[in-house]
Structure formats: C-alpha cells, structure tokens
Design a protein around this ligand. Structure first.
Ligand SMILES: [Zn+2]
Length: 442
C-alpha cells in the first residue's frame, strides 16, 4: 500500500537550507526543529526554464486531467533501477505534496543562495505540486564528497564508422567532450579521465581525483564532476573561510594547499578502492550501450531506409513507460549477455530494445556517487554510526529517467565531438586506457 504523502507545507520555508543543484533539480536540506518525518532529509524540487510555465525536459507520463502524477524518479528507481543496482547503493526516495503558496515562498527564500550562473538559466518550477523527499546524505556528516564520474568505458568497435573507429577506441567520450567544451570556453575538468577513476588501480584513481581537485580549485567550484561538503555546506575552493572548514575536518588547521590536496586524494582513493560501486556503474554503462549511438543510428537507418539525420523521427520519440522498461529488463537480464550485439536483427522490436538500453545507459553515465569519509575511518568502525548510513556506504544519486527527446541532440553532439577531436594532431590525442591497466603519467 502506498504511504501517505508527508505534508511539507507544515514546515516553514526557512527550515530548508539550500545545498546544491543539478540540471534538473534544486536540493534543500531540512534544518528546522526536530521532526520525525523531515529530520535528516533533503527535498528535491524540479526546475524550469523560461517564464516558469514549462518544466525541464524530463519524461512525465501524460494524463488528461486530475491530480499531477508523482515525480517519475521515485517509481523509476523503485521499479527499474532497483533491479540493476543493489538496494544498498540507493538512497530512500518518497513523493511529497507541495502547495503553490509554500513553493512560491521557498523559491523566494532560496533564490539568493543559488549560484548566479544557475539563476540566469532556470528557477524552481512553481507549477509542480509534487517533489521528492530523500535521505540527507551529506548534512549529518563531518564532510562528504559528490563525484559525477561520467562515461567509464570505450565503445565496442562493432558499429563505429571508419572515420570514428580509431578516435573513439583511443580517446574516451569524456576526454573528447571535455576538449570540445574547453574550445567553447565552458567549465570542464579537462585533465580528468574517467577511465582512470574506473580503473581500480590506486595510482590511476589518485591521478583522476587529483585532476578533479585541480579543476575544482582552478575553476572555483564550477566543474560539476566534483562537489565537497563540510557539515552539509558546500565548500567554495576560492573562499578561505570555506576551505578552512575543510582543513579543520582534516584535523590540520595549518595544512598548506598541497597537503590538503594530497590528504583529499589519499582519502578518496582509499574509499573508492574499497567499494565495487564504480565497477558496477561501468559494467552497466558498457553493457547497456552495446551499439554506441552510431550503431543505434545505423539500426534505425536500415529499419526505416532513412539517413542518420532522420532516424529519430520515427516512433523512437515515444517515451517508454515503466511497464515497457520492466519488460525490457526481463529480456535484458535473461538474454543480453548471449545476444550477438555485433549483428543485431533489423527489426522494430530490436531497435526499441537497444533504444531503452541506451536510455538506461545514459542514466548511469550521468549519475553521481556520494562518499562520506567518516564512515570509513577506523574510529567510526567501532562507533555507533547511524544504521541507515552504514547500510548504504556509497549511495548513487541522480538516477533520473532520460527522455527520448534527447536522441537528436545526443546524435549531433556525438558527431561534433568526434569531428572536433579529429582536428587534434594524432600525436597530441589523449590515449585513454579501458580497464585496470597501469599508466606511466601522473
Ligand atoms: Zn579519457
């Protein structure tokens, strides 16, 4: 039976503190008087762009009238993601109701805390009447780190074009995309390679964390692959007071910048070596994206006898329902490992199968993990740490459902990334190593 929706309107807007935000949601943590429902929780509010009448492009089951459906993220995680990721890695999520007046007041209250670059682009969606209540993963911790690792594999060569084969098999998607972003003047951790982070090799993991740290410092926290929190508050690397808070949790007020960096790298590397979470994500990303977008494009082109630019104009644009995802997973879990992905049959059902697989892969390419070092310290192993925290040591967040409407943009971006990287002289192209291979540079 569904649980009754907590009445968030019983709390005051000032009881919720801004933590951070991504492309789709603003995250607030509860800091009001003790309340058994809202203590140690965060509230995720959907954002919208423009004049507030249009929500951001996330798939939402349509209905002609009546009550607004629950945010699809909750059902998607409970019904679909749960079959691919062990429960221990998934934070608890619950739908809550929000009324217009309360939402308007909280939007006004938190607006000043939001980064200017975000406020310029979007705002809390005032048309929503549902939000997501989840476990507060960072608020009750001395310090915590959020990493968005991105793509952790090189694509299978089976469906790559002659123009892209060598480039895509040499340089990973993130590194090529980062090069493009850099040319466009966008914030990016250009030296970071996800394949190092995913490698399982301590030197390569340390190198990746160091690159994320350097980009975080150099670009004043604007790179979205790394966020650092001290007692629930985001650390601003260009703010001395904020960085002092991080030094204090390291128990070394006098640490210079380099020592803070090396302590950070050692701590995070050690945690990542102790958990299979990245290996799980990489395996899912790789297996679900079995064709690369070029292979999926080719499959649709052959099916519809159209060229690459038209392949998404067919029924591909239908958003999958939860029921369709469930049926897909039945087949995926039973047969995917034995299917011949190099030679898929050209049928509508198979094209749809790989479409849903690609969408799920995109979810795992765009999620983040939360690391809470205190949980891994020797002292905490002996202490009475909250059982809820202990049972989920490295949670995965932002496992949002992706929309089929993104396929045209993904396809264009894939070509733009490869075209731009082809202009890099071959000897200057980055060599990204897929798997736990040693590296000589650090
Ligand atoms: Zn790379």
């Amino acid at each position: 039976m569904a649980q009754p929706s907590p009445q968030i309107s019983q709390t005051l807007p000032e009881h919720w503190q801004y933590i951070s935000e991504g492309g789709a949601t603003v995250v607030l943590s509860y800091s009001g008087p003790p309340n058994p429902i809202f203590d140690k929780t965060v509230l995720r509010l959907r954002k919208s762009v423009g004049d507030g009448s249009n929500s951001t492009a996330h798939p939402m089951p349509s209905r002609a009238c009546g009550e607004e459906p629950d945010d699809p993220m909750v059902e998607f995680q409970e019904t679909i993601i749960h079959r691919l990721i062990p429960q221990a890695y998934l934070p608890r999520l619950q739908t809550v109701s929000v009324d217009a007046d309360w939402l308007s007041r909280i939007s006004t209250a938190v607006e000043a805390a939001r980064p200017y670059r975000r406020r310029e682009k979007d705002h809390i969606d005032l048309t929503k009447r549902k939000a997501i209540l989840g476990t507060d993963l960072v608020g009750s911790e001395p310090w915590a780190v959020e990493i968005k690792p991105k793509w952790g594999f090189l694509p299978s060569p089976s469906h790559l074009s002659p123009e892209s084969l060598l480039i895509k098999r040499t340089t990973c998607r993130y590194c090529m995309h980062s090069h493009l972003k850099s040319l466009r003047g966008e914030a990016t951790a250009e030296a970071y390679c996800p394949l190092d982070l995913f490698s399982g090799d301590p030197d390569r993991i340390g190198k990746a964390i160091g690159c994320l740290w350097d980009a975080w410092v150099d670009q004043k926290g604007r790179v979205n692959n790394l966020k650092v929190f001290v007692e629930g508050e985001i650390v601003e690397p260009h703010d001395n007071t904020s960085m002092d808070n991080l030094r204090k949790v390291f128990d070394h007020n006098q640490l210079d910048v380099q020592n803070v960096r090396s302590t950070f790298i050692q701590t995070i590397t050690s945690i990542l070596q102790s958990t299979p979470v990245l290996a799980t994500l990489s395996t899912l990303q790789r297996s679900l994206d079995a064709l690369d977008i070029e292979g999926l494009s080719s499959l649709y082109s052959r099916l519809n006898a159209t060229d690459r630019t038209d392949w998404w104009s067919s029924n591909l644009l239908l958003e999958p329902t939860i029921s369709e995802y469930s049926s897909f997973l039945d087949l995926f879990l039973e047969s995917h490992s034995s299917m011949d992905h190099a030679n898929p049959p050209v049928t509508a059902d198979i094209a749809r199968y790989y479409t849903l697989a690609y969408l799920l892969s995109a979810t795992f390419k765009d999620c983040s993990i939360i690391l809470r070092p205190a949980l891994f310290s020797p002292a905490s192993m002996k202490s009475t740490v909250d059982e809820d925290l202990r049972s989920s040591p490295v949670p995965i967040i932002d496992l949002d459902m992706k929309s089929t409407r993104k396929f045209p943009a993904w396809d264009r971006l894939d070509r733009a990334i490869v075209d731009m990287y082809r202009a890099v002289e071959p000897e200057k192209r980055r060599i990204c190593l897929d798997g736990a291979q040693p590296t000589s540079t650090c």
